[in-house]
Design a protein around this ligand. Structure first.
Ligand SMILES: [Zn+2]
Length: 392
């Protein structure tokens, strides 16, 4: 320290302020004592820097209590802005707005038609976001960014789908750019299962683990892989695309152009087709509700799907050896009817590890993990300190 020049002293202080802001962003709100513990900075340094950050209106301090004792809770100031997390599903749209303390300030959902075209959906998303901002007395200027989760592999560097045919009507456009033009704010485009994995790691079932796999069993099936606490996208964003692992060499042709992919067996269309003769036309939601109510045919279809997905997930687990697998998506809403056969198949097909047995967990973030993961994406990608700090 004694050899540091005045310039490097001030850059050290800036770095420490950045560290404090990032830590508060990561944990939501922390007391000054907790901030010192989490950052390794001394209590005196934390106190001085929090005072400076309060003056530059990046953080706010309010009284709280910890273990019955009075303490000062440090949170990010509301003025730091908002984030929009958007989940575009096959049949529904979910939009969440949150502040930088990760508090959800507004939420909206709406159904989407089958095979929805990109332009119409992005128009709806843009309108919804503007409405929701208005609802919380905010505006686009305060929006730090928007993250869009899509049920298709995404090349995040271009914001384009990296495989053609998987999401018809969304193939040829630079989605991030199109959305960016509508709202004039930074846009991040990401695969839905990857965002689910981020949400589970940040505040869901896989939070305690450095290596985990999130499986999203919905109208199609995908997975998000977390390695060493970071999302592993792979070179072109197709890591974890388990919906396109071949499970039947004589099966139907998949949207991706190949034969017998997992999605041709457990995708919504396949599940509904197998119930057509016995049950007539149903929606995926009908099948899940009936299975929960004990309908043997619907239960059987979901149990078989669970087993088939479990075998493929076991292959992923064999490749990356995660500590835990977390399962979410609409099919997981059926509960043990679907999850138990899936977990059983995973355990049956991985090498039994005596040292560290792997866990298969249900998602605690039912229905919201993709939109919440999208919020995490925006919050993590925004450098608040560079944006709002006054450099003092
Ligand atoms: Zn395929």
């Amino acid at each position: 320290m004694s050899r540091l020049t005045a310039g490097s002293q001030s850059s050290l202080r800036e770095a420490n302020k950045g560290l404090l802001v990032d830590t508060i962003k990561q944990f939501g709100g922390l007391t000054q004592v907790e901030l010192a513990d989490a950052t390794g900075l001394s209590a005196a340094t934390v106190s001085t820097l929090v005072k400076q950050l309060t003056e530059s209106r990046l953080v706010e301090v309010r009284p709280t209590s910890r273990s019955g004792r009075r303490a000062q809770l440090v949170t990010l100031a509301r003025a730091t802005g908002l984030a929009a997390g958007v989940h575009v599903g096959h049949r529904s749209l979910r939009v969440l707005l949150s502040d930088f303390n990760r508090e959800i300030v507004a939420e909206q959902s709406m159904p989407l038609p089958r095979e929805h075209p990109m332009d119409t959906v992005l128009d709806r998303v843009a309108l919804l976001i503007v409405d929701m901002l208005e609802l919380v007395a905010s505006s686009l200027d305060e929006l730090a960014g928007i993250a869009l989760g899509l049920p298709a592999p995404v090349d995040v560097s271009t914001g384009m789908l990296s495989v053609r045919g998987v999401l018809p009507g969304w193939d040829s456009e630079h989605i991030g750019e199109v959305m960016g033009k509508r709202l004039g704010r930074p846009v991040y485009v990401e695969n839905d299962a990857n965002l689910g994995a981020l949400a589970q790691m940040t505040f869901g079932a896989t939070h305690p683990y450095a290596d985990s796999v999130y499986v999203r069993a919905s109208y199609g099936t995908g997975a998000g892989v977390i390695l060493g606490g970071r999302l592993h996208r792979g070179f072109g964003g197709t890591a974890g695309e388990i919906g396109h692992v071949q499970v039947d060499p004589y099966g139907h042709i998949c949207r991706c152009g190949r034969r017998g992919c997992l999605d041709t067996v457990v995708g919504a269309e396949a599940l509904l087709a197998s119930l057509q003769t016995s049950h007539g036309p149903l929606t995926l939601r009908d099948v899940i509700t009936r299975a929960v109510d004990g309908d043997p045919g619907c239960s059987r279809v979901l149990a078989d799907a669970g087993r088939t997905i479990g075998r493929v997930v076991a292959g992923v687990c064999q490749a990356v050896n995660p500590q835990a697998v977390c399962v979410g998506g609409e099919l997981a809403d059926a509960g043990s009817v679907f999850l138990a056969p899936l977990a059983e198949a995973v355990q049956e097909h991985i090498l039994p590890n005596r040292v560290a047995p792997m866990e298969v967990l249900a998602s605690p973030l039912r229905g919201d993990e993709v939109a919440k993961g999208a919020l995490v994406q925006v919050l993590d990608s925004t450098d608040l300190f560079a944006q709002g700090g006054d450099g003092q």
